[in-house]
Design a protein. Sequence first.
Length: 556
Amino acid sequence: MKRTQRTAFVLSLMAVAFLSTGRAADDPADKTTSTASNSTELAKLKAQIEEQQKQIEQLSAMLAAQKKMVDQLTPGAPAAPAATVHNLPSLGEVASTTPMVPPAPAAPAPAVFEPQAAPAETSSPLQFKIGDATVQPIGFMDFTAEFKNENAGGSIGSSFGSVPFDNATTARLSEFRFSPQNSRFGFRVDANVMGAHIIGYNENDFLGTSGTNNISVTNGAFVPRLRLFWVDIRRGQWEILGGQSWSMLTPNRKGLSPLPADIFYSQATDVNYIVGLTWTRQPGFRAIYHPTDKVAFGVALENPDQYIGGSSGGPSPVLPSALSSLAGAQFDNATNVQTIPNLHPDIIAKLAFDPVSQVHFEIAGIERTFKDWNPNTNVYFTKVGGGGSFNGNFEIAKNFRLITNNYWSDGGGRYLFGQAPDLMVRSDGSISPIHAGGTIQGFETNAGKNTLLYAYWSGVYIGKDTGLDANGTSLIGYGYHGSANSQDRYIQEITFGFNQTIWKDAKWGAVNVMGQYAYIFREPWYVAANAPKSAHDNTVFLNLRYTLPGAAPAAK
């Protein structure tokens, strides 16, 4: 309805009202009554006019809205101004491994509406999706240079327990080598399924054992080796893990997490880490309860191994002459793989506290049971062993952390990188667990954004455990008078080093240069006349590493 039509309609209503009033006033017979009646009718008409005016205004608003819609749909009609769109990254979505964040953009000039414009390219973690799972490749490429002033062996890993004495033939020459063996490759899979967060983790290196000589002679065909292969499921306060992982007895940096970044195995370049570290990587199953975000308690069943020495230079006890066949058959002397009989899994319990991000401490315990059979008397023997540890790391100043790890056991030597035997065997075949312990004290600090410095003092102590052979005269066991100088009383190490990041980018990865110096020395229980009282070695590592980019998605 047009404005002129609305005006004419209103005027006609007003005219009708005035005419009605005039007729009533011309009646002389009932002038007083007519006057009152006219006033009443006039009031009613005014009310009707006001109501009709409101309806007219509502109709006008509806017509105006319909006209606007028709104008927008009509070809050639001018378009309404569109909101300006700018394809600029959000400050909170910039992927970078540096703390630099781009400044907020200044007020932009008017831009053309681009409904199909693609977003600007930004750096992103190296990962891809398969269904609802996120897969992240992990790993790095290492180039290691290693120098020892004595030919202690062990490739690019130190054999702590076999550091040669100065009068040994292996001490006459030094050793130097390059190696890519510490390079690693693997993947991590994250998925959220039915309210649970699932992590699958795989990690491999090239420190496997090869039976051929072409490793050094022709083409350096280093053998891949499985390090980690596990799946972890976390739902609410409960978490379970199965597969090959770092032992739960290995010190943590954070909670009871199985992820390598949350495990303490030092910052050392040495692939055997440092002496005194309690660790192994082995198959097992664990269940963890998280009553709060600051407390975790777990129990693990892990692969057992009745160990009597020989691994990575570790010393061995002397067995009774009539039971020498037990080595390699009933007890692992590092010559057989997964063939030794064991009674039950090693049982490990651990309680961890993280009251604040600057503090982590934990207590752990292990129970082990050993069993053998004397083939000469047809008698079985069983003995229980165990141990415990207290570990912690504390940030006492910004970016400066103190480290303390302490372990003591009665039959837990193999968890000290095999540098102590678990037990000795008496002449009747009965078992006696050997006391052994390890400690690490040190610090780690970030000296600037891209430099890490560290230093540790660490050691292993192995207790004496001796007996007589069946003839009643010959000594057997560990640490007796006249024993070989391979039966160490203690092994110690002082080491320090750095890790310098020289370049990093969220899209392309990082390049690091690392260096480590280690002074390792050991002292046996028995020293023959005119023989050296201790053995020592100086080792230097230099390492160039390229690390793949990427970051795992946050748990939901």
